[in-house]
Design a protein around this ligand. Structure first.
Ligand SMILES: Cc1cc2nc3c(=O)[nH]c(=O)nc-3n(C[C@H](O)[C@H](O)[C@H](O)COP(=O)(O)OP(=O)(O)OC[C@H]3O[C@@H](n4cnc5c(N)ncnc54)[C@H](O)[C@@H]3O)c2cc1C
Length: 404
């Protein structure tokens, strides 16, 4: 097994994205980013691809795939090397997610949530002791989950009811979380709970919780798509959390959640772009093997114009995603661009996944091809990390001051 992350370490830092004058195209990648992109594409082809169908049918992640993600440094992408991470750029993480999603959007979801959400929150707001204790295992052996949503708190996430009550030098957590990615495999949970409901969103606090302290998987959801990415209902029934496991400041959890979901959306933009490309790449070759009316169906202009149109839209989604990622790396405002890339990439991916089935006719409608899986997987792009309407709301809110 090749170790992706470690092959490039110090040398590549000389070419970090921020040190390159960005007068180049959005496709210009640093040597480190190119290395990640190519190596992950190979890992996805060699290790994930042969297992995609079985994982989907069993609705279970294959242990070899998970171990491979850790072994190749893909679960600690932006984590500093002192904690065993790959110390890669944000753009590298985006490229990794895109490449994984081309082959399996479910595996890409696991990697995306773990890296761009869980690891980043610990990296940004954790104390040195918390980073030593949790970031190192997250980068090397333990899966993490981000537990914000609840039955009554989806788009309105800060309506959450999970309660944290102080008792001596501990916090006691009680509540139920819904739709939590990675939670079947996870050992480390970032749990958002309110320390005082009368404070509204200002009571929301983030806690680092270990599974062994009593986190219960109440139900593993059976889903339409990304079925090997676990999504569970979690119960917290008098779970005792030491006070040193408050992440960041009490009452600032809402801020951390908004911040991380804003940048996490760029990851979903990448995921949907990869999914769209994967669907198209899997479908078009068939059209140059299948003949009707005495010629390859892919040679009909009616088909070719569709290939051209959808590839143009995928390229637009990709550029929007890369642009949002570069803006974030450059420390520039990126929230509107992140919302736009997530919104648009999810729309394009939905179109691409549907066309891929149309182009391959009856065979594309069966499980003989993988296209029906892309079609099922794609629907989540409009739901998680903020629905499409929530992205529109964000974009509209940021547009209004320009005009009113
Ligand atoms: C597979 C999967 C994985 C997930 N992983 C996680 C995770 O790891 N951690 C986590 O915390 N959560 C996770 N979620 C939860 C996800 O973030 C929520 O499902 C999402 O935010 C939407 O919330 P909801 O499902 O309650 O839908 P609702 O908020 O009920 O929305 C239903 C519909 O109403 C629309 N709507 C709602 N409010 C408005 C409004 N103000 N204006 C216009 N339209 C509106 C929505 O756009 C949507 O179309 C996951 C969900 C799924 C499906």
């Amino acid at each position: 097994m090749f170790r992706i992350a470690k092959t490039f370490s110090r040398g590549a830092r000389l070419f970090s994205s921020s040190s390159i004058a960005r007068t180049t195209s959005l496709h210009h990648l640093t040597p480190e980013e190119t290395m990640f992109k190519e190596a992950v594409a190979k890992f996805a082809k060699d290790v994930i691809s042969p297992r995609v169908r079985e994982m989907d049918e069993k609705e279970m992640l294959d242990k070899t795939v998970l171990q491979g993600l850790f072994d190749n440094g893909l679960m600690g992408l932006e984590v500093p090397s002192q904690y065993g991470g790959s110390e890669a750029s944000f753009m590298s993480a985006i490229l990794v997610i895109e490449q994984l999603a081309k082959v399996d959007p479910a595996v890409a979801t696991l990697c995306d949530v773990h890296n761009t959400v869980v690891n980043t929150v610990v990296r940004m707001y954790g104390t040195e002791a918390q980073k030593e204790k949790y970031l190192a295992p997250l980068a090397t052996e333990k899966v993490g989950s981000f537990c914000l949503s609840e039955a009554g708190a989806g788009s309105d996430a800060f309506a959450l009811q999970t309660r944290a009550t102080k008792s001596g030098n501990k916090w006691i957590l009680n509540g139920t979380k819904m739709w939590i990615s990675n939670s079947y495999e996870a050992d480390i949970f970032l749990v958002f709970a309110t320390v005082d409901p009368s404070l509204g969103y200002k009571g929301i606090t983030c806690f680092i919780v270990e599974k062994d302290w009593g986190v219960q998987v109440a139900k593993k959801e059976q889903k339409l798509g990304i079925r090997s990415s676990s999504t569970c209902v979690l119960s917290f029934d008098n779970v005792e959390v030491p006070e040193e496991n408050v992440l960041g400041e009490i009452g600032k959890g809402y801020k951390y959640a908004i911040g991380i979901l804003n940048e996490g959306r760029i990851g979903i933009g990448a995921l949907m772009t990869g999914l769209a490309q994967g669907a198209v790449d899997s479908a078009i070759p068939y059209t140059f093997q299948r003949k009707q009316f005495g010629q390859f169906i892919g040679d009909f202009q009616g088909m070719q114009f569709q290939f051209a149109q959808v590839q143009t839209e995928i390229e637009a989604a990709r550029l929007m995603t890369y642009n949002a990622a570069r803006l974030k790396e450059e420390g520039k405002p990126f929230v509107m661009e992140a919302a736009m890339c997530k919104l648009y990439a999810a729309q394009v991916a939905k179109k691409a996944a549907a066309l891929a089935i149309e182009w391959t006719g009856g065979v594309g409608f069966t499980r003989d091809l993988i296209l029906e899986k892309y079609y099922r997987d794609v629907m989540v792009g409009q739901i998680y990390e903020g629905t499409s309407n929530v992205q529109l709301q964000t974009i509209a809110k940021m547009l209004k001051p320009k005009y009113a």
